[in-house]
Unconditional design. Structure first.
Length: 255
């Protein structure tokens, strides 16, 4: 079994979600969502867990729970930009592995959190992420599901909300079934970066593809930086974005 490197988990948590107001503090099984996410990070073996937020209400909830909180500006364009400010505040050395665990992933598997840190440690790319095979055609054609294609070296070539890759001949006949032997992959929105690259990322101009697809990781590719990709060892349950997601999470806890 590979040795897991030392890593920090930083969790961006913005209070003002449009689809689910106050999302980080919404209760799941009587526990605030952000607390559940932080516990997952601790279970994964992170040497430090930091929540990067812009709201004192989140600070208050975490104050007595053994989790560091970094107050950040409220105008960041992405979670990665928020974590860049956090890295600067803490002064993490440039080679420090920082895992960006989204604040709406209360059931993220500890093995997956460790795997993205390991992926970065064994690659000289400045950033790493995870993926999982797509086996259902509906998922491939869903614009809310982010797809990606990789090189034979395990580096991301592109991310898109569109079906990717396009199996031309197969889809000309049938779009209800996925053809075999085509590597359809769903992106899992967890990242690992070297702390020094987080500072570089924050200085990169936003890019046309990033804005068109509304995918922050495309900024990295468009500026010519590689992203290492590994398959997740365990499934990542869906994140929490809506009231319906909250209800499903409550039902899942009750099973």
């Amino acid at each position: 079994m590979p040795t897991i490197p030392h890593f920090i988990v930083a969790i961006p948590a913005r209070y003002g979600s449009t689809r689910l107001p106050g999302k980080p503090l919404r209760m799941i099984g009587g526990v605030p969502m952000i607390v559940r996410v932080a516990k997952r990070a601790l279970q994964a073996g992170a040497t430090q867990v930091v929540v990067a937020t812009d709201d004192e209400r989140i600070v208050d909830v975490l104050a007595e729970r053994g989790v560091d909180v970094c107050m950040t500006h409220s105008d960041h364009a992405s979670g990665s930009d928020r974590l860049a400010e956090c890295a600067a505040v803490y002064g993490w050395p440039p080679d420090t592995i920082v895992v960006n665990l989204q604040g709406d992933e209360p059931f993220a598997p500890a093995a997956g959190i460790r795997e993205v840190a390991h992926a970065l440690a064994e690659d000289n790319a400045p950033m790493a992420t995870l993926a999982t095979p797509i086996v259902d055609a509906h998922e491939l054609f869903d614009p809310n599901v982010v797809k990606l294609v990789c090189s034979s070296q395990g580096r991301a070539m592109y991310f898109s909300r569109a079906p990717l890759p396009w199996a031309r001949d197969a889809f000309a006949l049938d779009r209800d079934q996925l053809p075999e032997a085509v590597p359809f992959l769903r992106h899992i929105g967890i990242y690992a970066y070297r702390a020094g690259f987080l500072q570089q990322y924050a200085g990169l101009a936003r890019t046309p593809l990033e804005q068109a697809e509304s995918l922050e990781q495309l900024r990295v590719l468009e500026h010519g930086y590689p992203i290492a990709v590994r398959l997740t060892p365990e499934p990542f349950p869906p994140g929490i974005d809506t009231e319906a997601d909250l209800q499903r999470a409550e039902a899942w806890l009750g099973t």
